[in-house]
Design a protein around this ligand. Structure first.
Ligand code: MRU
Length: 335
């Protein structure tokens, strides 16, 4: 099984990894070749590949390359890859699965097959998430999504965008609104690119326009992905997700989180334990190298936030749907 070539962000050719450089989209479709775990960690940190499942898949291939180069590189390479970004648990999940496999079998050919399995399973899981999530939407649904959770962020189809794709195929969807998602513009650049490729009726909104939209238009669901879901259902996702959930509850709009089981971290009791990545101030004070704030001005740039479980109506994963998530309900499905 493989994702459609046009938006396949991760190509493994059996020797090295080719990553679609997402910093250049939608203007250029250019691949970046990664020939070592260090190259992959750099590509993850610099956002050439991004999205929780996609960085887990890339890291799995990174570990294959590291162990081919040096059979004693397991700990070192795992650490370099794990340190590339802190919030998405899919990265650590994929590395732990690969590590366990290698320690058990010590077989590099089998380890490569394990990385390919992680990649293929993600695509299959997303199709299941898509079906389960679409089943929650009414006919003629209007939805709002945030960041990019599509084929570019995953092994294919997408999580939240997978629900949107599946709903569109089933003839259930009227229109999608998507946020631009400052400061990296994953919504404006990447989600808009994917929605346009699919021919799905969609419109871009400024991040700050979401509450206004909900007050003027009938929005049925906000649908987002996740970078880490704690045992009690608290969910870390792209900065701005929490504000969308607050606005959704105020306006009576339902709120859905779509994510594979590898995004759950049952070691985190609540969202308070999820590490939140902070990136450089320049991502806010500059735009493409041009200053947009006074020189020397400080900035606070957390790139994820935590939405409390109490604001989430449904978490959809390939194993099933958790409505009004609580610790008991999360553990019943994932424990
Ligand atoms: O900083 P990014 O672009 O990696 O953030 C991505 C998100 O927050 C996504 O919503 C999340 O990873 C889920 S992708 C299926």
């Amino acid at each position: 099984m493989s994702a459609p070539a046009a938006v396949n962000p991760i190509l493994w050719n059996g020797e090295f990894l080719r990553l679609l450089d997402q910093r250049l989209l939608p203007a250029q479709l250019q691949y970046l070749d990664c020939r070592s775990a260090g190259d992959v960690a750099h590509a993850i940190h610099e956002m050439a590949v991004r999205g929780a499942p996609a960085i887990g898949i890339a890291a799995a291939y990174g570990l294959v390359m590291a162990l081919r180069e040096a059979p004693d590189a397991l700990d070192r390479a795992s650490q370099v890859l794990a340190d590339s970004r802190p919030t998405a648990v899919n990265l650590r999940w994929a590395l732990e699965r690969m590590r366990g496999h290698y320690l058990q079998h010590r077989d590099l050919a089998a380890l490569e097959r394990e990385a390919i399995a992680i990649h293929d399973e993600d695509l299959a899981q997303n199709h299941r998430i898509g079906e389960l999530g679409a089943a929650l939407l009414p006919a003629g649904a209007q939805v709002l999504t945030h960041c990019n959770t599509g084929a570019l962020a995953t092994g294919g189809h997408g999580t939240a965008l997978g629900v949107i794709r599946s709903a569109w195929s089933a003839g259930q969807l009227k229109r999608v609104y998507n946020t631009e998602t400052r400061p990296w513009l994953q919504g404006a650049r990447l989600t808009a690119f994917e929605l346009q490729q699919e021919g799905i009726p969609a419109a871009l909104i400024a991040d700050g326009a979401a509450a206004h939209l909900m007050s003027r238009e009938k929005i049925d669901w906000v649908i987002v992905g996740a970078d880490r879901i704690a045992a009690n259902g608290d969910t870390a996702n792209k900065i701005g997700t929490y504000a969308l959930a607050v606005a959704a509850r105020y306006h009576g709009v339902k709120f859905m989180v779509a994510a594979p089981s590898g995004t759950f971290d049952l070691r985190c009791e609540s969202g308070a334990e999820i590490p939140i990545e902070e990136r450089a101030a320049s991502e806010l004070t500059e735009f493409r190298g041009q200053a947009i704030a006074p020189a020397g001005y400080a900035a606070f740039n957390p790139v994820f936030d935590v939405t409390p479980a109490s604001l989430i109506d449904a978490i959809v994963c390939e194993r099933g749907v958790i409505e009004n998530p609580t610790r008991e309900r999360v553990l019943a499905l994932l424990g």
